[in-house]
Write a protein that binds this ligand. Structure first.
Ligand code: EPZ
Length: 423
């Protein structure tokens, strides 16, 4: 297992270009299965999860290839298999998002149960309940979920108990080829859901209410391929904003849609970080001591749960006590122990974490427990005194394109060392 070795103390400075959004690109790939001909998706990050999703599509019979460094061509015309196998689904939960497209296009889908994840139970009952409301019969057994539609799926009103991103996306895709009108109420409003809806619209889908919590879809008979550029990754952007603030640096982010990060920018400003919006660029610097703030993660447009771990690092340095409340996942504080080993002073009580600020972080060997926790430990290593080893960086490389190189280009002392982890 590879690791990052980081020497702390460098202030970040310079420019970094943000990659396309992982949590959009993955769904654009599954949606391209629904077209009757080629789709081209541009600005796709070259990360492990994308390669895994490409493998899932190829197992289903689609052809997937990079035509440019970050441009993916998908040819779904030979789609001939409806089984997404365990060895791929267990590697990446997002594979469950082939269920809607397969059910809509082939009338059947058989997907291995997604593995639990390091950040909680990650159920999929909202996905399955919505699909069964559209007329699919759902059976579970032998580690697989099989959904069958007798004829076409039927449009209906689907009130979601929770604005689940994945459930909204699976049901949105299924509804595009269903018979009649579907209304998804309490739909997720994340920008990545909007990007998927825009791509489906280019494929010929009839969708209204994009960006709102009520999506109205008129089913059509067929969808054709389309060309689309992925929106920038707002979580990667937040990661670099927080890294600059943590090190007391001064950086410029390129390829950013700042309105996707309004609350994050607001919270950083409340802490004393300077954030200057400049078209598709953001200038982020911090010269003042950091102030403590409280954070509550919520579905978009609330504070993103994916930046909770990163904010904990910054809050550990701030003057004062912060309360961080995690409302989206039921086990997303597991990385706190690793951060405390670096000198943070955080106490977890259920869904709340009390962050006692003013810490001086010191380098230590730590382990990435999930994608964003791993990134948070890297950022902690940037500011910690001495050397930090972040192990199990495969978690990180699933979702960040060239993270170590981008940080080196900003002046960080970080090296990737392959080979056996000491854990
Ligand atoms: C997406 O996960 C993202 N992943 C996550 O990013 C992100 O944290 C999450 O949305 C919330 O923004 C991708 O887009 C690939 P949910 P998803 O369905 O779709 C519960 C990252 O780091 N729930 O909104 O799985 C679920 O257990 C990843 O890039 C049910 O209970 O998120 C969780 O507690 C991590 N039943 C909460 O809702 C369901 O049927 C949020 O899940 C569905 C969800």
């Amino acid at each position: 297992m590879a690791k990052y070795v980081i020497q702390g103390g460098q202030k970040l400075s310079g420019r970094v270009r943000i990659s396309g959004a992982k949590n959009s690109a993955l769904k654009l790939l599954t949606a391209s299965l629904m077209g009757n001909d080629l789709s081209i998706i541009r600005g796709v990050p070259r990360i492990k999860d994308i390669f895994t999703m490409a493998q899932v599509l190829e197992v289903l019979g689609a052809q997937v290839e990079f035509t440019g460094h970050n441009d993916l061509l998908v040819n779904p015309t030979f789609l001939n298999n409806y089984v997404a196998p365990y060895e791929l689904v267990s590697r990446m939960r997002a594979s469950i998002l082939v269920m809607g497209p397969l059910l809509a296009k082939l009338g059947i889908a058989r997907v291995a149960m997604p593995g639990g994840c390091n950040i909680g139970s990650r159920q999929i009952e909202l996905h399955l309940k919505g699909l069964s409301m559209m007329g699919a019969s759902i059976e579970q057994g032998h580690g697989y979920i099989e959904a069958r539609a007798k004829g076409r799926l039927k449009g209906t009103v689907i009130p979601l108990d929770f604005p689940s991103v994945g459930a909204t996306e699976n049901l949105l895709m299924a509804a595009c080829l269903a018979e009649g009108e579907t209304v998804i109420e309490n739909a997720a409003r994340e920008p990545e859901v909007g990007d998927l809806a825009h791509f489906l619209g280019k494929m010929g889908a009839q969708i209204e209410g994009i960006g709102t919590s009520t999506l109205l879809i008129q089913g059509v008979e067929n969808l054709h391929g389309a060309e689309h550029r992925v929106i920038p990754d707002r979580i990667e952007a937040g990661t670099f904003m927080i890294a600059a603030a943590t090190t007391g640096g001064n950086i410029t982010l390129e390829n950013v849609v700042s309105r996707f990060s309004e609350l994050v920018i607001g919270k950083l400003r409340d802490m004393g970080v300077d954030v200057l919006e400049d078209g598709s660029r953001l200038h982020v610097s911090r010269n003042e001591p950091l102030e403590a703030v409280d954070i509550s993660t919520l579905p978009y447009p609330g504070f993103p749960t994916d930046l909770q771990a990163l904010m904990m690092v910054l809050l550990s340095l701030a003057e004062g006590v912060s309360i961080v409340t995690e409302n989206v996942f039921d086990n997303r504080f597991i990385f706190v122990n690793e951060l405390n080993r670096m000198g943070a002073r955080i106490r977890v009580e259920g869904h709340h974490a009390m962050v006692y600020g003013g810490a001086t972080l010191s380098g230590a060997p730590v382990k990435a427990t999930d994608l964003r926790a791993g990134a948070a430990l890297v950022v902690a290593g940037l500011v910690a005194e001495g050397e930090t080893e972040v192990h199990d960086i495969e978690h990180i490389e699933r979702g960040y394109e060239n993270l170590d190189q981008k940080l080196r280009d900003l002046g960080a002392d970080i090296e990737k060392v392959s080979g056996e982890s000491q854990f």
